[in-house]
Design a protein around this ligand. Structure first.
Ligand SMILES: Cc1cc2nc3c(=O)[nH]c(=O)nc-3n(C[C@H](O)[C@H](O)[C@H](O)COP(=O)(O)O)c2cc1C
Length: 217
C-alpha cells in the first residue's frame, strides 16, 4: 500500500497538539517550580489596651520569620507598659495614631521587600513626625562579622535615604526549605546560603529594650 500523505488539516492538528502539550507541560513545570506553601503572618496586640502610649511594629515578610521577630519585639516593648500592635504592613490603618513605629523587612536579593520600602516612601510625611526604627532580617548575618554587618547595613541605604530612622538593627533570619519554592531553594543553594534558624532572640529582645528606652523615654 502506498504511504498515506498527510493532509494539510492533519498536519496542522498534529502540530497544534504537540505545541499545546509542550506549552502546558512547561507552564505546569513553571507553576510547580515557583509554588511556595501559604504562610500565615502573625498579627497581635500586646500590653494594656488602656495605655495612652501606642507603639506599632509593622513588617513585611514572605516566609514568616520576620513576623516572628516582629512579635518578639512587640512583646518586649509591651513589658515596659506600652500597648503594642504587631501586624503586616498591608494591615496598617491608623499610622498617625502611634507614638513610636517600628518597621521591619525580610531581605530578598539584597533589598527590603517592595511593600516595606513603598510604605516608608508613601508615609514619609507622617513618619517624619513619629520616632521610627527599622529592622532588617537576612541571612547575611548568619555569620556575624564586621564585613557582613556593613553589607547588611547597605541593604537599608535606599530606605534610609527616604527617611532617616531613629534607630536601626539587622538580625540573622531563617531559611526553612519547607516554606520555599523549588526555584527559591535552588537559588539559595547555588548562592551557598545556609539552611536553618539563625535568629538570636536575646539580641532581638535587647535591641527592642534599648530602642524603647531611646524612643519612648
Ligand atoms: C529568594 C530569597 C532571596 C534571598 N536573598 C537574600 C539576600 O540577598 N541577602 C540576604 O542576606 N538574605 C537573603 N535571603 C534570606 C532571607 O532574608 C531570610 O531567609 C529571612 O529570614 C526571610 O524572612 P521571611 O521568613 O520573613 O520571609 C533570601 C531568601 C530568599 C528565599
Amino acid at each position: 500500500m502506498p504511504p498515506r500523505t498527510l493532509s494539510r488539516r492533519d498536519f496542522l492538528k498534529i502540530t497544534g497538539l504537540t505545541l499545546g502539550t509542550g506549552v502546558a507541560a512547561c507552564g505546569g513545570l513553571t507553576a510547580l517550580a515557583t509554588y511556595s506553601p501559604a504562610v500565615t503572618l502573625p498579627a497581635s496586640t500586646f500590653g494594656d489596651q488602656t495605655m495612652s502610649k501606642k507603639i506599632l511594629v509593622a513588617y513585611a515578610s514572605k516566609c514568616g520569620s520576620t513576623g516572628e521577630v516582629a512579635t518578639a519585639i512587640g512583646k518586649t516593648l509591651a513589658q515596659n507598659g506600652a500597648r503594642v500592635d504587631v501586624m503586616p504592613l498591608n494591615k496598617v490603618t491608623d499610622l498617625p495614631g502611634y507614638q513610636v513605629v517600628f518597621i521591619g523587612s525580610a531581605i530578598r536579593v539584597a533589598k527590603w521587600l517592595p511593600e516595606a520600602a513603598n510604605f516608608v516612601s508613601e508615609n514619609r510625611t507622617i513618619l517624619q513626625r513619629i520616632p521610627t526604627a527599622y529592622f532588617t532580617v537576612c541571612m547575611t548575618l548568619a555569620e556575624d562579622t564586621p564585613a557582613n554587618r556593613t553589607k547588611a547595613a547597605g541593604f537599608m541605604d535606599p530606605v534610609r535615604k527616604v527617611l532617616a530612622p531613629a534607630a536601626e538593627a539587622y538580625f540573622a533570619g531563617q531559611v526553612d526549605p519547607a516554606r520555599l519554592s523549588f526555584f527559591d531553594n535552588t537559588m539559595l543553594k547555588a548562592k551557598g546560603t545556609p539552611v536553618g534558624d539563625f535568629r538570636n532572640w536575646d539580641k532581638i529582645r535587647d535591641w527592642a529594650q534599648s530602642t524603647y528606652a531611646q524612643t519612648c523615654a
